[in-house]
Ligand binder design. Structure first.
Ligand code: ATP
Ligand code: MG
Length: 253
C-alpha cells in the first residue's frame, strides 16, 4: 500500500491553474525527488499533501484512507505522520528552539501548564542525537534566527524525526544553502531512509537530489511529465531528460 496516493488532482488559485490532473504516489520507506521549473506546481503539490491547501478535484489517499479536502488539515496530517519543512518560513524566527520543537503539541501537566524543563531536555536530546549539533553556540534557548539555513532545516527535520513522522517533506529553501549545509540536509534524508521512513525532497539541484533519491518525478505546468527510478537512469541521463522536457515545452509555446 502506498503511503500517499494522489489521483487526478486539480488545484487553482483564482484564475491560475497550479495543478492540472496530478497523479503521484509515495511508497513506504521511499525517497522521492521532485524536479521542475519555478512555478511548476511543486510547492502547491506538497501543500495539498500536508493539509495546508484543499484540492479542488481528484482523490487523495493517505495510508489507504480517503481524504476529504473539506476536513483535511495540517493537524490531521501531523496525526497521520506527515511533517514538512516549507520553502518559505519553515520556522518562526524569533522563537526559542525548544518552543519551536513543541509548537502545537506542548507537553503539559494536569493543570495545563507547559512542562518547560522537560521540553528543554528533550530539545537538547534532539539537538545532540538527531541533528548532531555540537553544542557550540546553539542551545534550547537560542532563537531560531541565529541558526544557519541548514541548521534551521535540521531543526525541522529533527522535530519530524523525534515525533516519528512516516513522511518528511522538504521543500528546498529559496535562500541558497552552503555546501556544508546541503551535505547536512542530505545526511538527514539518508537517516530518514535508514529509519524506514519516507521523504519527499524538492530541489532545483539535480546533483543534490540524485544520490539520495529512490525515484524522481518531474513536474511541469501542473502536470507530472516524467517518473524515473534511480536504478534505471544515470545523473547525466536525468539531466538530459529534463533538458528534453524543457525543449518540448518551448516547442509548445
Ligand atoms: N497562494 C497562492 N495564490 C495564488 N497563486 C499561487 C499560490 N500558490 C501558488 N500559486 C501559483 O501556482 C503556480 C505554482 O506555484 P508553486 O509555488 O507550486 O510552484 P513551484 O514549483 O513550487 O515553484 P518554485 O520552484 O519557484 O518554488 C504558480 O503560477 C504560482 O504563482
Ligand atoms: Mg516552490
Amino acid at each position: 500500500m502506498s503511503l500517499v496516493e494522489l489521483k487526478n488532482i486539480y488545484k487553482s488559485f483564482g484564475g491560475v491553474v497550479a495543478l492540472r490532473g496530478i497523479n503521484f504516489e509515495i511508497g513506504s520507506n521511499e525517497v522521492v525527488g521532485i524536479l521542475g521549473d519555478n512555478g511548476a506546481g511543486k510547492s502547491t503539490l506538497i501543500k495539498i499533501i500536508t493539509g495546508l491547501h484543499p484540492f479542488d478535484d481528484g482523490e487523495m489517499y493517505i495510508k489507504g484512507q480517503k481524504i476529504d479536502p473539506k476536513t483535511y488539515s495540517v493537524k490531521m496530517a501531523h496525526e497521520m505522520g506527515i511533517e514538512t519543512v516549507y520553502q518559505e518560513k519553515a520556522l518562526a524566527a524569533k522563537q526559542a528552539l525548544w518552543r519551536n520543537i513543541f509548537l502545537g503539541r506542548q507537553i503539559t501537566n494536569r493543570f495545563g501548564f507547559i512542562k518547560v524543563k522537560e521540553e528543554k531536555e528533550i530539545t537538547n536530546r534532539i539537538m545532540r542525537d538527531i541533528i548532531g549539533f555540537t553544542g557550540i553556540g546553539a542551545n534550547p534557548d537560542s532563537t531560531i534566527k541565529t541558526l544557519s539555513g541548514g541548521e534551521q532545516q535540521g531543526v525541522a527535520i529533527g522535530r519530524a524525526m523525534h515525533f516519528d513522522a512516516d513522511l518528511v517533506i522538504l521543500d528546498e529553501p529559496t535562500i541558497a544553502l552552503s555546501l556544508q549545509e546541503v551535505r547536512k540536509v542530505l545526511n538527514f534524508i539518508r537517516k530518514i531512509k535508514e529509519n524506514g521512513k519516507s521523504c519527499v525532497y524538492i530541489s532545483h539541484n539535480i546533483a543534490n537530489v540524485y544520490p539520495v533519491s529512490d525515484r524522481f518525478v518531474a513536474i511541469d505546468r501542473g502536470q507530472v511529465v516524467g517518473n524515473y527510478r534511480r536504478e534505471d537512469i544515470t545523473l547525466e541521463e536525468l539531466n538530459d531528460e529534463l533538458i528534453r522536457l524543457t525543449k518540448v515545452k518551448e516547442g509548445n509555446n
